[in-house]
Design a protein around this ligand. Structure first.
Ligand code: GTP
Ligand code: MG
Length: 135
């Protein structure tokens, strides 16, 4: 089984969608949530997390948005959890995301797309260490 790092972004918390999104993750057969926390993300953590996007036009607004309020950070563990949560989330652009996916059902704005999920085993390992070093 795999572990993946998931963030319910500040828009999801502000809009009261945490229960709805966690519910979709919880209902996947055999998946568990070994850690979860409400946390306002600091600049240092965000820079390490989204370092691959530094210099892109959307980077600074993304940093501001991700620090704009509390987020929910969690670990999802289970069968093919990395690919599985990405599938539940849908593509980055919520308008391109199919209905039935989290971004497709609730999002419109590319930046405010509700959820982050690690995109590979390498990213998951790095992000889990960054957000839950004690786990
Ligand atoms: P994350 O799970 O958050 O990493 O999303 P992702 O892997 O689907 O997308 P990516 O890593 O390419 O981009 C990270 C985040 O930056 C996205 O989730 C969006 O919030 C934002 N973002 C990405 N591309 C764009 C863009 O072209 N315009 C804007 N405004 N924001 C973008
Ligand atoms: Mg990404």
């Amino acid at each position: 089984s795999q572990r993946t790092l998931v963030i319910l972004k500040p828009d999801a918390v502000k809009r009261g969608l945490v229960g709805e999104i966690i519910g979709r993750i919880e209902r996947k057969a055999g998946w568990t949530i070994p850690a979860m926390e409400l946390r306002t993300l600091d600049q240092e953590t965000l820079e390490a997390h989204y370092g691959e996007h530094k210099g892109k036009v959307f980077y600074e607004p993304l940093m501001g948005f991700m620090a704009s309020g509390p987020a929910v950070v969690l670990v999802v563990e289970g069968e093919r959890a990395i690919e599985g949560v990405r599938q539940l989330a849908g593509p980055t652009d919520p308008i391109a995301a199919a209905p039935g996916s989290i971004r497709g059902d609730f999002g419109t704005i590319v930046r405010e797309n509700l959820i982050h999920a690690s995109d590979s085993e390498e990213s998951a390992e790095r992000e889990l260490k960054l957000f839950f070093p004690a786990l």
